[in-house]
Design a protein around this ligand. Structure first.
Ligand SMILES: NC(=O)c1ccc[n+]([C@@H]2O[C@H](COP(=O)([O-])OP(=O)(O)OC[C@H]3O[C@@H](n4cnc5c(N)ncnc54)[C@H](OP(=O)(O)O)[C@@H]3O)[C@@H](O)[C@H]2O)c1
Length: 361
């Protein structure tokens, strides 16, 4: 009897909650139309690609960062490309310089897993003093090895927090303080749906992404504030657009799922290629004057809309979460295993050493 009452209360609560959330979501329709259909995707160039302007992209030797650099280069930008290895930075810079001879591509070598004191960011960034940085993209991020928290070492945890949090925060601080950021500029940072979805195996990653989103929201308010305590001489003259992008699944080494392994929807539903994601992300610049957090892709926003329509209570959201991730978890674990065995993620596809360099379809 007690159980029947409990189950009935849970069912009623869930139905009412979903009905209410769905009605509230309908109020977001004008925002969705504005963000995904009406907004002029060329605002990045119109607002920020002034003469001699540079974009600085962190974590840009692979995945989304590299796709952002490729897209920026194609749109005529000069780019400062951050990475941790010269082996990956140099060929990328040479290729882009050959392809776009009238633009400049500069390397920024720094291992983001080191502590900011160790990195000495102010000294490192001095080389870019003459560059007119109008767009900073805080993209660098990584997952620590996915295993039980008790199996992770302190070093793995701290390094992950440095890569996902400290590096971007301290870089932003130095760039603002040292006057490297142009008067009219944009700071765009990548969060994750991991901060909303509560994914198993990623506690430090997901928590660090929640940090990123909140950090940006607070910085946005602080830069807009007229309180004298926040208005240094330099900041007072700046107009900085701050955007947190919330990505869902993008087919990179972090989510190594390709067409071949992702059967239920053939990779077309929630998992997008880095190139498509980069295009959509740059297309959202300009919206920061109205919104704090933005999904680059409507598919990811729809996925989150479904999840957050359900209540946390009674374990309902955790159940929906598992249901949404069911088709992804297996192929993703398989992808990580393959990456460990020397495969690579190239343009959203897993390429194995046994394919002679051919992509697997
Ligand atoms: N892919 C997704 O499904 C997904 C979903 C949500 C959010 N995101 C976010 O999107 C951003 C980019 O992720 P991604 O999928 O493009 O990842 P990725 O393919 O693994 O690329 C990460 C990039 O960051 C660089 N990097 C990693 N650790 C570094 C370090 N210690 N120092 C300097 N550079 C370092 C990598 O350098 P190497 O080339 O040397 O490895 C690479 O260029 C991250 O912030 C991530 O959290 C991704």
């Amino acid at each position: 009897m007690a159980n029947t009452i409990l189950y009935s209360a849970a069912a009623l609560h869930t139905v009412l909650y979903v009905a209410l959330q769905t009605s509230i979501s309908l109020l977001s329709l004008p925002r969705l139309v504005h963000q995904h259909l009406i907004h002029n995707g060329a605002a990045a160039e119109k607002n920020y690609r002034v003469k001699d302007a540079y974009a600085l992209v962190t974590g840009a030797t692979d995945g989304i960062g590299k796709a952002l650099v490729e897209e920026l280069a194609a749109r005529g930008w000069n780019v400062i490309i951050h990475g941790r290895s010269t082996q990956k930075l140099e060929p990328l810079i040479h290729r882009l310089s050959d392809q776009y001879p009238n633009q400049h591509f500069l390397p920024f070598l720094a291992d983001a897993s080191k502590s900011p004191e160790e990195l000495k960011l102010p000294e490192l960034l001095r080389q870019f003093k003459g560059c007119n940085i109008t767009l900073l993209i805080n993209n660098v991020g990584g997952l620590p090895p996915v295993k039980a928290l008790s199996e992770l070492t302190d070093e793995e945890i701290i390094q992950n927090v440095h890569v996902n949090v400290s590096f971007g925060v301290c870089l932003t601080r130095v760039i603002l303080k040292e006057g490297l950021l142009a008067r009219k500029s944009c700071i765009l940072s990548l969060g994750s749906i991991g901060s909303i979805m509560t994914l198993p195996g990623t506690p430090t990653y997901s928590a660090s992404k929640a940090f990123t989103t909140k950090f940006n929201a607070c910085l946005r308010e602080q830069l807009a504030s007229q309180e004298p305590i926040f208005r240094t001489d330099d900041i007072a003259t700046k107009s900085v657009e701050i955007i947190s992008i919330i990505p869902g699944g993008v087919r990179t080494a972090m989510t190594p799922i390709d067409h071949a392994s992702y059967s239920p929807f053939d990779g077309r539903t929630f998992l997008v290629t880095p190139a498509a994601f980069a295009r959509a992300t740059l297309g959202k610049i300009g919206l920061g004057q109205y919104y704090r957090e933005i999904y680059s892709c409507w598919r990811h926003e729809f996925q989150m809309g479904v999840l957050t329509a359900f209540p946390e209570e009674w374990g309902v959201r955790a159940w929906i979460n598992r249901l949404l991730m069911k088709a992804v978890d297996g192929p993703r674990a398989e992808g990580w295993k393959r990456l460990g065995a020397g495969w690579k993620m190239v343009d959203g596809k897993l390429v194995g050493p046994d394919t002679g360099g051919r992509k697997l379809d």
